[in-house]
Design a protein around this ligand. Sequence first.
Ligand code: FES
Ligand code: MG
Length: 581
Amino acid sequence: MSERKPPLRSAQWFGTADKNGFMYRSWMKNQGIPDHEFQGKPIIGICNTWSELTPCNAHFRKLAEHVKQGILEAGGYPVEFPVFSSGESNLRPTAMFTRNLASMDVEEAIRGNPIDAVVLLVGCDKTTPALLMGAASCDIPTIVVTGGPMLNGKHKGKDIGSGTVVWQLSEQVKAGEISLHDFMAAEAGMSRSAGTCNTMGTASTMACMAESLGTSLPHNAAIPAVDSRRYVLAHLSGNRIVEMVNEDLKLSKILTKEAFENAIRTNAAIGGSTNAVIHLKAIAGRMGVDLKLDDWSRVGRGTPTVVDLQPSGRYLMEEFYYAGGLPAVLKRLGDADRLPFKDALTVNGKTLWENVKDAPLYNDDVIRPLDNPLTADGGICVLRGNLAPNGAVLKPSAATAELMQHRGRAVVFEDFDDYKARINDPDLDVEANDILVMKHCGPRGYHGMAEVGNMGLPPKILAQGVTDMVRISDARMSGTAYGTVVLHVAPEAAAGGPLAAVRNGDWIELDCASGRLHLDVSEEEIQARLAAFDATAASTLIASQGGYRQLYIERVLQADEGCDFDFLIGCRGSDVPRHSH
Ligand code: FES
Ligand code: MG
């Protein structure tokens, strides 16, 4: 083990033979901790998002035990603590609403407590960015341990993917193609082990982002939750975090602009979730790294999507791991000189390239060659125009190629309730070439920017055998979803963005090749319509009810800025000069 350089942060609590040291140690001793554990050992926090209401993270108490074994073995002392767990499947109005809340919890828990380093136990979508955001604002040695994906879902002899199959089957039930009985059977077959969504949804994407950023050990992203190797990785991460204290390897040495560019390139190669655009921006903001929406075009565009996973492709996370996992993808990129910063440092003290340069690749169907990709240009498509002055995004690998250049007539829904009330109406004036537009689903409008952007198609269109239409909104979309869906329109309607001005029958032009999203209405007319529209009325009404919702609506930033709270941007360090008594 390496020799320690800096003094231990925890010694500010436990290292003095006076009143303060007495207080800090004495209460800890009620847990049966002997004296020698306080003396000169790195105290390692294990930040746990375990919750039975976050089913994807419900196995984390076991995961934590393995991390603890690794910490103890390496000469550290583990202390596990809970933080707010943003569970994607249960939380209303959307887990994203609580991502910033969780990040504040994490930040203050890390800073205020006697720990020298922290292990972040993350899994379900928002838990990964929330914990990285909080940790980045403190900047102590940090390592990510992900809970891992569920085993493949099974239904009628076929593999089914978390989330993705829900979107597919719910449309098939609506179109009368399958029975309700089959629908319910799939519900049971989809989630048959511990772990996160097994598609390349937001959880898997963010796990890949954490690994490509260098914040986890290699293979952290893909090992299935119930595979014994997941627990070996947890143990090894426990070993490693103790060494990181001795090396003073803080998060700021890992989370550089270069690391984020590697992650953006990786996102294109894996066909990752559009949610990563928002989360990486928020994490970067906490670290003081200037990441822009246009970096996604500059670094990501032109990169082929080679990972053939649902929702864009065919396979699931189990196959991804067995095919070689993320190290195999990074090696494939690097061999072709398409990994921008091979020398970026990672938590194990090696560079990203050192970690992956000899990584085996076992299955070319799952991780395809760069010259036989799933999508030739897989990077996130950033769109701008008079409909989205501050940007919008589209995921090409999940879209229909022919629809990525499209001019259509707008069919407008004022908000999600309006959409739900009218979408099934047989008299709805809609044709297959129209563009579905939905307003008021952005960070302020829906408070939390729900994943409703992939609006299900009208049944009358589905009945014609049409499976995709262009859809535009200020919402997000689940990483497990697909379609030619323009998301994150900024500014959102509820912030007075031009999206609020769109009316039924307006013509809209989408051109992914040139990154253009244009409302074919004169500027004077748009301004006149916006002047007549009270953008803030709805959100002001909600804000007046108080509580966290008020804070959220008043301080949340727009999608292009990562949806963090304005006052949370930046790294505030880990110093707390004052004692507790
Ligand atoms: Fe938790 Fe998908 S719902 S990872
Ligand atoms: Mg999701």
